[in-house]
Unconditional design. Structure first.
Ligand code: SAM
Length: 224
């Protein structure tokens, strides 16, 4: 039966893909990719060559209907993003919702995403957590941080190296400089590192060691 698969791809180490992900990517009629040039390079590594269509945040509103039509006509499609799980701070949600509305089967494979290794590696409680993705850059930023001041669960944020210091400073203001946190950089890559400590310590550390690469910030929830 034709359906939409959401297929997670590695966040850094090309060995981090499942057998089933490779099998499905190699057998679908169409691969929908956030960046088709990036996808060609990735798929080549696994000896996969399929028809590619672009599906990214600038066209996802317009491409969802035609993609659903293709699947309903009997084609099988797989959505991938540049890295990790589609729909997690990446395009995917709109297409999944549209497929569900139209009665098209959707199957999401388990696989890589930056948030879970960062959470587990932080050493902070992982039994309850909330994923906040990227904080708003300007509008709504202060409001969001204020709303999280009393959050009791461990919080996970995606961040760019250019904004990390500002974010750690603002988090220290909102959550207190003594709140425990961790910063994971370049997960599964050569220069992977996790630095753990208070928000105050982490701000000092990255002021003295300007960060590079991809970053996940994990912050302890408010203790009673
Ligand atoms: N879909 C992806 C996922 O499932 O994790 C997230 C895509 S989002 C556009 C990219 C952000 O994820 C980066 O800015 C960074 O915050 C985080 N990220 C992705 N890969 C990472 C890695 N190898 N190490 C640390 N953070 C990473």
């Amino acid at each position: 039966m034709s359906k939409l698969f959401l297929v997670p791809t590695p966040i850094g180490n090309l060995k981090d893909i499942t057998y089933r992900a490779v099998e499905i990517l190699g057998s679908v009629d169409i691969i929908l990719a956030e960046d088709t040039r990036h996808a060609v390079r990735l798929l080549k590594h696994y000896n996969i060559s399929r028809k590619l269509l672009s599906h990214h945040k600038f066209n996802e509103h317009h491409s969802a209907d035609p993609v659903c039509d293709l699947i309903r006509s009997g084609k099988t499609a797989a959505l991938i993003s540049d890295a990790g799980t589609p729909g997690i701070s990446d395009p995917g949600f709109l297409l999944v919702r549209k497929c569900i509305e139209k009665g098209i089967p959707v199957e999401t494979l388990p696989g890589p995403s930056a948030l879970i290794p960062a959470l587990v590696n932080s050493g902070l409680p992982s039994d309850r957590f909330c994923f906040e993705g990227f904080l708003p850059v300007r509008k709504g930023r202060r409001k969001k941080l204020t709303s999280l001041e009393t959050e009791p669960r461990t919080m996970i944020f995606y961040e760019s190296p250019y904004r990390l210091l500002k974010t750690l400073g603002e988090m220290a203001e909102h959550f207190g400089p003594e709140r425990q946190a961790s910063v994971s950089r370049e997960l599964s890559k050569i220069f992977e590192e996790t630095i753990r400590g208070t928000l105050g310590f982490l701000a000092d550390h990255f002021r003295n060691n300007p960060p590079k690469g991809e970053i996940v910030v994990v912050v302890s929830g408010k203790k009673n």
